[in-house]
Design a protein around this ligand. Structure first.
Ligand SMILES: Cc1cc2nc3c(=O)[nH]c(=O)nc-3n(C[C@H](O)[C@H](O)[C@H](O)COP(=O)(O)O)c2cc1C
Length: 334
């Protein structure tokens, strides 16, 4: 029997060829090469707006990405940090998509973005359903990096799909998805697209340090914790790889944080060299020197399924082709 494929699998979402979103990976890990590689294969790649640097750095990131692709792409902003200038620069540059996280997405922001022709996609802001955003990313607790919610993707996703109801707001699933099986499962739960962070971290184009990438292949367990970056970003739990360093320090007393810890390395982040203290929230990028193995390594629960570092375009291709095949094979027999 021939089975009809879901239209979001064939025609994509938000005007992109496919419903595959590469999550913004901060700070300074999803750079122009990764975003352009995803864009060039029809997905939505998201840069991460610099946290400390000027809007000139942000504009340079956008310029560089545009020199590598003529396809549209987006940029992610953390609303918990000062962001007004960045948002203004993003709207001035008319980047296709503004992704926002960790804070309420105000209606004014959406109106302003739409006036500039920029689509707005908040991650995990159920209230955003009512402010006419263009899509919503639902993040499950399985996700790598900072995780705002407590619920697993499987029970959470269909609830948000139900809340959205018949509004024209595609729901995008994030957390623990690394391959076509996860993609198809998310579609079955009502998502129109998927957003992957950990899988795109482990690609040739990501700026993650080679040792960080190697550890993602080596280790397969993660933990939800808050031992990293407590001083800079309080009350922001995160999912990290269970490295030997993490396992040794995971019971860090609540009053400890990175502020008074020794410097264990240096990183250039968005063009500026910074000292990395023990328990800092900055994951090692390819410029980092020092005790890399003692730095935070964010990863989602799907990391155990990642067996190789791939080109980012190959990740997109395998997701799309794999999902089409899987649906034909598994559901064509019913
Ligand atoms: C290294 C890393 C950095 C991240 N940085 C950001 C960020 O800056 N902004 C954001 O919205 N999400 C960030 N995330 C979370 C992703 O948006 C997404 O929710 C998550 O990666 C999805 O789960 P997965 O990692 O299992 O694919 C990050 C995730 C990782 C692994």
């Amino acid at each position: 029997m021939h089975v009809k494929l879901p239209s979001c699998l064939l025609n994509g979402i938000l005007g992109f060829e496919y419903g595959i979103v590469q999550a913004p990976l901060g700070p300074d890990i999803s750079g122009p090469e990764l975003v352009a590689a995803v864009a060039n294969t029809g997905g939505l790649g998201l840069l991460r707006a610099p946290e400390w640097a000027s809007t000139e750095n942000l504009k340079e990131l956008i310029r560089k990405t545009r020199s590598l692709t003529d396809k549209p792409f987006g940029i992610g902003v953390i609303l918990a940090f000062p962001h007004e200038e960045q948002v203004k620069a993003i709207l001035d540059e008319k980047v296709a998509v503004l992704q926002v996280y960790w804070g309420e997405c105000p209606r004014d922001l959406v109106v302003e973005a739409h006036r500039a022709g920029v689509k707005v996609v908040p991650q995990d802001a159920k209230k955003a359903i009512d402010v006419e955003v263009d899509a919503i990313i639902v993040q499950g607790r399985e996700a790598g990096g900072h995780v705002i919610g407590q619920e697993a993707l499987f029970p959470l996703l269909p609830r948000v799909v139900d809340l959205v109801g018949d509004r024209d707001i595609p729901v995008i699933a994030a957390g623990g998805i690394v391959d076509a099986r996860g993609y198809v499962a998310a579609l079955a739960l009502g998502a129109k697209g998927v957003c992957l962070g950990t899988r795109f971290l482990a690609t040739e184009e990501s700026y993650a340090h080679p040792i960080y990438k190697k550890k993602m292949i080596e280790f397969d367990r993660t933990e939800y914790t808050d031992i990293f970056g407590r001083a800079r970003w309080p009350n922001a739990p995160q999912r990290v790889l269970q490295t030997p360093f993490f396992n040794e320090w995971k019971s860090l007393p609540a009053h400890e944080n990175e502020a008074n810890q020794p410097v264990i390395g240096k990183s250039t982040i968005d063009g500026k060299e910074r000292e990395i203290r023990r328990f800092a929230g900055t994951a090692p990028n390819m410029t980092t020197t020092g005790d890399i193995e003692s730095m935070v390594m964010y990863a989602g629960e799907g990391v155990g399924l990642i067996k190789e570092i791939l080109p980012a375009g190959e990740v997109v291709k395998r997701l799309v082709e794999g999902a089409q095949l899987l649906i034909q094979q598994k559901f064509g027999e019913i």
